[in-house]
Design a protein around this ligand. Structure first.
Ligand SMILES: Nc1ncnc2c1ncn2[C@@H]1O[C@H](COP(=O)(O)OP(=O)(O)OP(=O)(O)O)[C@@H](O)[C@H]1O
Ligand SMILES: [Zn+2]
Ligand SMILES: [Zn+2]
Length: 802
């Protein structure tokens, strides 16, 4: 087995296969599939993944592997297989599928070092390598004759580890630790000698008299509500002593989470969890759909099911949509399982992400809570996979590989023979239909755990407001109710449904709309910088003073952004303190969390925001939720627009009155009679499901058919049209009767980043060979893609039809 099969990092379909390389003697003992290597490829040296080994090759004069990057495989056997499956399922390249499963840090080449983890004596050659140091540059290892297998053994024994030196900014985090500098009785004496007014210092000393241990300065400050200057005073008196300590970049200080215990489950919860527990006990793969109203205790069910899995010595993956991966959510998992939880979140720095991944890889944790890509957590003994808010679009990756985390979850669930649990108050029609047919097992939670009714929903017809002379974005009812709440010291959540709306700039004289010069899309006005920005390619320019088309100075912005709403809100209710949450105010790291904390600590009366405020937030003091424009996305050219509207309205309604105070919801709309608005106001999911399924059946949309979207793009318009037409023709010849090929038509955004875009949609009921057919068709354009920058994207499960 002296030959390695390698998938190389060249993202081209002509290279999408394994290449054979000779394994040099020095790597013979240590190399296993799943490791990354550097190999010569043409004139270059590139990275690749070892996916297999063999002793024979049909090629002669093989080149040698240049370097082995990992001493422990970064991809497990299962993940290697999963990568192959993923590539085939989504028609993407093997290399892209492997890359998506790994943290960013492992996708590039970084300097490495060996770190000694033990004080025990190591083998002699390792001792001479470390030569008294704790850290050794990796190159030194490569320069010695030391056998890699010895180092590998030391890593497996936990004596040594390999670190990646991600840019120094994120490599190591140092924290200040504080501990007492004297024995407790001496501290007590000192405490009595402090002046009587030094209450804060006394409190701090008292703490260390009772807890004579080292503690992180920041935690101390939080716990005792004390300050740096108080600590400094005692440091200066040499009663305490400070030191620096390097820590894992654990972004959530575990010790600050209060421990929670399993709650006694309600009847409904028990009924829902029992079959899940059975599957866990019997190592059986089933898919469960928990349809439970907001506040019905789904999360508690997840927590207790995970508890069972941990007891079995197995692992759990919990997926949460990016925007609901809030500190509140993390707290619930860390509160129950403490440091046994890793969190994977896009707001973490690449170093932090790598640390969390490594905790999983080393099996230091049994639970991971994360956004979409956490589905690839390198666990090897999975006992449950949970997808919360399963209807969320963010589970679909809109980039290659275009996968849906739900499909990956079910595939891994089959491999590990473990249950997969999908939960939502508004499941997708696809999932609910499967539950209806018995493919998934359905559990329904009808009641909130606190037995409180869902809040009353009032629909306000904005057309009437207009007729009666109210031109503002706020109905009189909503204003009245807001004023009432503010007077009582209660809080309000206001949602501006922003999809379909934006602040674009238009000339009132000639109607000219300012568009991005590279994309066929209106530019968005940003007031803070007084600039126009493109949300697709990040092009920007200053707000024009004169219309570029007719030179009129009546060029103004239109539409309704959160910023505009905030301004008019403050005009209407001057005493209102408003926190605005949108892409602009939440950009910085931790900004999201900071705004929420301000709201929780009642520094504001109103939380105004886009979709991001509708999910998962749980505020005790919120008694009114308002939706400003319920119908703004009802008319988008997307067959899921009614479903999305229903989901959003239901989610927002769930924000109010979750605790002791009763809640109320106002939905403002121009189409009050629409079924998704009417049924959302009655929380009638099942009726909505029935009506919407009928519509889907009539117009032949999923779940009655499958869709595949092929998008062609190129700088030259003619090339795009011709290619798209040719693809449609070729497909037409090969698909089954009854399969429909729509298009080619221009994509809804017909040009993006200077590239024209056309699309074909395939609608089918059964096409067992579709993937093969598409591959064959696209292969004909290989050369154009390689040499001529033609792009063809295939999405086997399109969600963004725009
Ligand atoms: N068995 C129980 N007994 C008492 N309280 C419970 C129980 N289960 C859950 N709760 C509490 O009820 C509240 C709502 O529960 P939870 O957040 O789990 O519901 P959910 O269905 O996940 O809500 P959402 O869909 O809005 O996220 C929480 O405060 C939770 O602590
Ligand atoms: Zn643009
Ligand atoms: Zn003009």
């Amino acid at each position: 087995m002296n030959i390695a099969k390698v998938i190389v990092d060249v993202p081209a379909s002509s290279i999408n296969q394994t290449f054979d390389y000779l394994i040099p003697e020095k790597y013979a003992d240590i190399l296993v599939p799943g490791m990354r290597v550097i190999v010569p490829f043409g004139p270059r040296k590139i990275m690749g993944f070892v996916v297999g080994q063999t002793s024979e090759s049909s090629f002669d004069s093989l080149k040698e592997i240049d370097e082995v990057l990992d001493l422990t495989p970064v991809l497990t056997r299962e993940l290697l297989d999963l990568g192959k499956w993923l590539a085939e399922e989504t028609l993407s390249l093997y290399i892209t599928a492997f890359q998506v499963m790994l943290p960013q840090v492992l996708k590039a080449r970084y300097k490495k070092e060996l770190e000694r983890l033990t004080d025990e004596t190591l083998s002699q050659d390792l001792e001479s390598l470390f030569a008294g140091r704790d850290f050794v540059p990796y190159e030194e290892l490569e320069d010695t004759n030391l056998s890699y297998s010895k180092v590998q053994q030391a890593i497996q024994d936990g004596d040594v580890t390999v670190n990646y030196l991600v840019k120094s900014r994120v490599t190591k985090k140092q924290v200040t630790m504080i501990k007492p500098n004297r024995e407790s009785h001496l501290l007590e004496e000192a405490c009595q000698e402090l002046p009587g007014n030094a209450k804060k210092q006394q409190q701090l000393l008292q703490y260390f008299i009772e807890n004579p241990y080292e503690v992180e300065q920041n935690i101390l400050i939080k716990k005792l509500k004390t300050t740096r200057s108080v600590i400094k005073a005692l440091l200066d008196k040499q009663l305490l002593i400070a030191s620096k300590k390097e820590i894992y970049r654990n972004p959530y200080e575990d010790s600050t989470f209060e421990k929670t215990e399993a709650l006694e489950l309600t009847k409904e919860q028990q009924q829902a969890i029992t079959p899940i527990r059975n599957s866990i006990r019997q190592n059986q793969h089933d898919v469960f759909l928990i349809h439970g109203v907001t506040g019905s205790g789904k999360t508690e069910i997840y927590l207790q099911a995970i508890q069972d899995v941990i007891k079995q010595g197995k692992e759990a993956i919990v997926l949460v949509p990016e925007i609901s991966l809030t500190p509140q959510m993390v707290k619930r998992f860390k509160g129950r399982f403490g440091s046994n939880v890793a969190v994977m979140h896009s707001a973490l720095s690449s170093g932090e992400k790598y640390d969390e991944w490594r905790r999983i890889h080393r099996k230091e944790v049994q639970v991971v809570v994360g956004a979409r890509s956490a589905i690839f957590a390198p666990f090897e003994n999975i006992g449950i996979i949970i997808i919360d808010e399963e209807h969320e679009n963010s589970y679909k990756q809109e980039d290659n590989p275009r996968y849906h985390a739900r499909d990956v979850a079910i595939h891994r669930g089959e491999i590990h023979q473990c249950p997969v649990v999908l939960g939502s108050a508004t499941p997708t029609l696809e999932s609910y239909a499967r539950a209806h047919k018995g493919v998934y097992k359905l559990a329904t939670l009808r009641k909130r755990t606190n037995e409180k009714d869902m809040p009353d929903v009032e629909i306000v017809d904005m057309r009437n407001e207009l007729h009666e002379g109210n031109r503002s974005m706020f109905s009189r009812t909503l204003i009245e109710k807001m004023e009432h709440r503010i007077a009582k010291g209660e809080q309000i959540v206001l949602l501006l449904n922003r999809r379909g709306y934006s602040t674009f700039v238009m000339c009132r004289d000639c109607g000219h709309v300012k568009e991005c010069p590279h994309c066929d899309i209106a530019l968005t006005y940003h007031k803070n910088s007084n600039r126009l920005k493109c949300h697709y390619c990040s092009y920007e320019e200053p707000m024009p003073v004169f219309c570029p088309s007719c030179n009129s100075d009546l060029i103004r912005f239109f539409g309704t952004g959160t910023q505009r709403i905030e301004e008019s809100l403050v005009q209407l209710i001057p005493e209102a303190r408003v926190i605005r949450m949108d892409v602009d105010t939440t950009r910085g790291k931790g900004a999201h969390e900071k705004l929420l904390n301000q709201f929780v600590s009642k520094q504001a009366d109103i939380l105004l925001g886009t979709q991001m405020i509708a999910k998962g937030l749980d505020f005790a003091n919120v008694t009114l939720a308002g939706v400003l424009t319920a119908d703004s996305m009802l008319h988008l050219p997307d067959f899921r627009s009614s479903e999305k509207t229903f989901q959003l309205l239901t989610q927002v309604s769930g924000r109010a009155g979750r605790h002791d105070l009763p809640g109320e919801v106002i939905i403002q709309t121009y189409t009050p009679e629409h079924y998704s608005i009417q049924l959302a106001s009655h929380y009638d999911f099942v009726q909505f499901y029935r009506i919407e399924m009928n519509t889907r059946k009539t117009f032949q949309y999923p779940p009655y058919v499958f869709l595949t979207l092929i998008t062609v793009s190129h700088q030259n318009h003619v090339t795009v049209v011709q290619t798209a037409q040719r693809i449609a023709q070729l497909l037409q010849q090969q698909v089954e009767d009854g399969t429909v090929i729509l298009g080619p038509t221009p994509s809804p955004i017909a040009r993006m980043k200077d590239r024209y875009r056309y699309q074909c949609m395939i609608k089918y009921k059964s096409e067992p060979n579709l993937r093969r057919t598409i591959k064959k068709v696209i292969r004909q354009f290989d050369e154009d893609m390689r040499k001529n920058d033609l792009q063809i994207h295939v999405d086997m499960q399109p969600y963004q039809l725009m």
